[in-house]
Design a protein around this ligand. Structure first.
Ligand code: FAD
Ligand code: AMP
Length: 480
């Protein structure tokens, strides 16, 4: 007799564990199968995000930011700290402890909500049955009214740069360097490459980023991307666009990287190389031939806008399906699916999913960029406000960057926002809320913002859309 549940979730990352908790909250008997084990071979929940993604990378970004501030910025405030040093082992141990607390927290939440945890691997069979294999190889079959697949993604590997034990690494290896590399190469100027390059660059590595595309951060508003490239270069990051890596050669714990740019073939030697060329959906060993779930041409599980797969009662969420590979996108899809299984009419506004790059300054955006509006012929107005004119940013000596809002020229409805600057992720979130409520730039301009806050830059950018900013000269002052 197979164990029976209302819902079986395969994968316990932010897509899967959030879906499982929400299902249980809604009164559904729920099981979650997760195969991840930590460095000590202990089964853990939380997936990529908690174990080797969002959380550990932010822990190292915060440690390295504090180190850089103490080394270079304290003096400005009149604080002398002498020679600053970094204990890398301690920094990594702090990161590991945060990861442990959070993954154990998910296990506690499962218990509190009554989610049954299965430690091992799940495979989807036909007729909503799931084969579960534990870490010792024992197998049993679970059956369910609904199955949610949330198996996530893994780093892309490229033939010219195969990973080695300790010289050429992926994003996971780059969270574990036990000493600061003198010369660090990064392949790929995406979110992960820039964040991990920043961590080790702040701690003293000479960082070179090799990016195959001719443009930098092509998904981001290009005014922001230009500012980011200028600021990162000023911080010492050597960003080479139009540089496609074609080969690597590891000798005596060093790697020589060959790449092709517009001038021909070049090479460069590094102590470590991070391969950060993207992630791919993970479905290895997941689907039996007769389970009825189709993949798309890029290997993602094919789903509709409500995360339904091609097989009845089988849903899929997170990195394993189309859309941005972001933890908050995964978890909101998990909530939507749980609520739909429980009979609610939940939906997700895919036009309002924010993205953040946690460099310093941070970069965050939501909705349309000016470049997209220009390309599709929408008439729009732009409002921008620089942090250099914001009192709180000046007080914090953190004045790089700006807020940029684009709004429909006819209706004034906010269509998109991009922020580069201090706390850009949190500031952009204010505009996500505004967009969810269909706000106009005027609506945001009419709200009261506390003074002095960084948020006032959001307020002023919204006012600037209609040339009504107070703390900067407007381009075309309105005679009103
Ligand atoms: P995952 O988190 O990958 O979880 C999938 C889980 O399924 C895994 O635990 C896996 O072990 C398990 N699994 C797979 N197959 C099976 C199976 N057959 N049986 C049982 N279990 C299985 N996103 C952000 O939003 N913000 C960030 O700041 C951010 N930073 C990142 C930094 C780095 C270095 C990386 C690598 C990623 C980062 N991301 C960030 C992306 C984020 O981690 C992912 O978008 C998110 O984890 C996706 O969640 P998921 O639940 O779909 O998949
Ligand atoms: P993302 O998908 O945002 O993580 O970014 C990965 C980046 O890696 C993309 O901008 C790709 O253009 C870049 N990339 C992929 N392959 C190579 C390569 N062989 N050499 C240099 N850059 C690459």
């Amino acid at each position: 007799m197979s164990k029976k549940f209302d819902v079986v979730v395969i994968g316990g990352g932010p897509g899967g564990y959030v879906a499982a908790i929400r299902c249980a909250q809604l009164g559904l008997s729920t099981a979650c199968i997760e195969k991840w084990t930590d460095k000590e071979d202990k089964p853990v929940l939380g997936g990529t995000c908690l174990n080797v993604g969002c959380i550990p990378s932010k822990a190292l970004l915060d440690s390295s930011h504090k180190y850089e501030e103490a080394s270079e910025k304290f003096d400005l405030h009149g604080i002398s700290v002498g020679k600053v040093s970094m204990d890398v082992e301690k920094m990594l141990a702090r990161k590991d402890q945060i990861v442990k607390n959070l993954t154990m927290g998910v296990a506690t939440l499962f218990k509190a909500n009554g989610v049954t945890s299965f430690e091992g691997t799940g495979k989807l069979l036909a007729n909503k049955q799931v084969e579960y294999t534990d870490h010792s190889g024992n197998t049993e079959v679970l059956s369910a009214e609904n199955v949610i697949i949330a198996t996530g993604s893994v780093p892309v590997e490229i033939p010219p740069a195969p990973l080695t034990d300790d010289v050429i690494v992926d994003s996971t290896g780059a969270l574990e360097f036990t000493k600061v590399p003198k010369r660090l190469g990064v392949i790929g100027a995406g979110v992960i490459g820039l964040e991990l390059g920043s961590v080790w660059g702040r701690l003293g590595a000479e960082v070179t980023v090799l990016e195959a595309q001719d443009s930098f951060l092509h998904l981001v508003d290009q005014t922001v991307a230009k500012e980011a490239k200028k600021l990162f270069s000023k911080q010492g990051m050597d960003i080479r666009v139009g540089a496609r890596v074609t080969g690597t050669d590891v000798k005596r714990k060093k790697v020589t990287v060959t790449y092709q740019d517009s001038e021909g073939e070049k090479s460069e030697e590094f102590d470590n190389l991070i391969v950060a060329v993207g992630r791919r959906p993970y479905t290895e060993g997941l689907l039996s031939g007769d389970c009825g779930v189709n993949l798309d041409e890029r290997g993602f599980i094919h789903v509709d806008e409500t995360c339904k797969t091609s097989a009845p009662g089988i849903w899929a969420v997170g990195d394993v399906v189309r859309g941005p590979m972001l933890a908050h996108k995964a978890s909101e899809e998990g909530v939507m699916v749980a609520e739909r299984i429980a009979g609610h009419k939940a939906q997700l506004n895919y036009d309002c999913i924010p993205s953040v790059i946690y460099t310093h300054p941070e970069i965050a955006w939501v909705g349309k960029t000016e470049d997209e509006l220009k390309a599709n012929g929408t008439s729009y107005n732009v409002g921008m406000f620089p942090f250099a004119a914001n009192g709180r940013a000046m007080a914090a000596a953190d004045t790089d960057g700006f807020v940029k809002i684009v709004a429909d020229a006819e209706t004034d409805r906010i269509l998109g926002a991009s922020v580069i600057g201090p706390s850009a992720g949190d500031l952009c979130q204010q505009l996500v809320i505004a967009m969810e409520f269909g706000s106009s730039a005027e609506d945001v301009g009419m709200m009261v913002f506390s003074h002095p806050t960084l948020s006032e830059a959001v307020h002023e950018a919204a006012l600037a859309v209609n040339n009504q900013a107070i703390h900067k000269a407007n381009r075309k002052p309105k005679a009103k």
